[in-house]
Design a protein around this ligand. Sequence first.
Ligand code: NZQ
Ligand code: ZN
Length: 389
Amino acid sequence: MHNFTYHSPTKVIFGQGTVPKIVPELQKAGISRVLLLTGGKSVFASGLYDTIVTLFREAGISFETVSGVQPNPRLSKVREAVEAAGKSRAQAVVPVGGGSVFDSSKAIAAAVGSGHDVWDIITRKHAITGALPIFGILTLSGTSSEINDTAVINNTDTNDKMPVAHPLLYPAVSIVDPSLQYTVPLQQVRYGGFDTIVHVLESYLAGNDTAGVITEHSEAYVRAVMRCLNALPEKLNDYATRSELTFCATYAFSGWCGLGRASRGDFATHRIGHALSALYDMPHAVTLSVIIPNWMEYVLGKGLNRDVFARFAVTVLGVPETAADPAAAGIDALRAFIHSLDMPSRLRDVDITAKDIPALAENAARTLPFGSVIPMDLATITAVLERSL
Ligand code: NZQ
Ligand code: ZN
């Protein structure tokens, strides 16, 4: 095993009926004024917003609400919320939503705590020197934003979707109640599940160079998520299925699957995917499904990671060990699984053609360096995109 440091300071409060626990957590931290951050509609339609507002009023916690965070969260909304947090002298940010709301809350927390423009922080012009604490309530699983130190924000003026990560951005507390997700549409549940799988694969497929327990643990995650997704739509409102999916989503990208490896993960699929979101406002999980099988083919074509891909095919995807080329058969099986989720596995499925590739590649190259199996540059990004057509 390679050396590692693992630090996961977020207190996760998991399970049905746990929303009210946010109040004592805020009180213990001496917080009485918060910025409440939400998405567009679901939190109001489900009644969750009213529940939280009632809890806060009863507990004497004052709040300023900023709503309307969109998927592929916009920098402009983050700036609006930074201003609101400053005016109301918020002591903490309370995101209520999915990855986009949590990611926005991290950017807000960093900008307020560091006293700099948020885009200057994301583009590393200014360091993160402080951050408001985050006490969140998750309504949609997939990203692990509720337990990690990362945020990804869209600047629609420059067409950049940029990640930022810092130890001060781990949420202090995340309430993860799977039953809040019963209102999530089937396709969105599938997106969250597929994002979870790719978070594991970014580490697992990068190389089999850690302890067996980490490798087997990673395989168990992917198998579990596939089993739960295959049980949908029948089990859409089944707590056992939804809580297992939620659990996997939270811990898949907590850093655990990358432990003991030479590289924490490859992440070329994610970074190229962010370019697709930046230029086409594509849902995050779809950006992954149109890249990862093709990235695998590209890697295999270079004669790399055949043993890792073959193991994945046999132990996770059910490809017979005796298959002529298990690694290649595994990619076909992954593609078939993607299609079974009603998701695309090629750029042409989402109307992207060869003429679009130069702009996409240039956009993805803005976030270099990335890629550990094949360290990426403009030429290799272009080649992966061409393979994905
Ligand atoms: O705005 P509302 O009406 O709430 O609708 C949202 C949104 O349209 C809806 N939704 C959320 N909770 C719901 C619900 N609908 C019904 N019932 C509920 N309980 O779901 C839609 C998508 O929400 P969003 O937050 O955008 O989805 P997700 O959680 O997949 O987050 C995606 C974002 O996270 C980033 C992605 O790039 C993308 O921008 N990621 C963040 C990561 C991280 N912080 O570590 C890692 C990931 O790889 C990813 O990059
Ligand atoms: Zn992801």
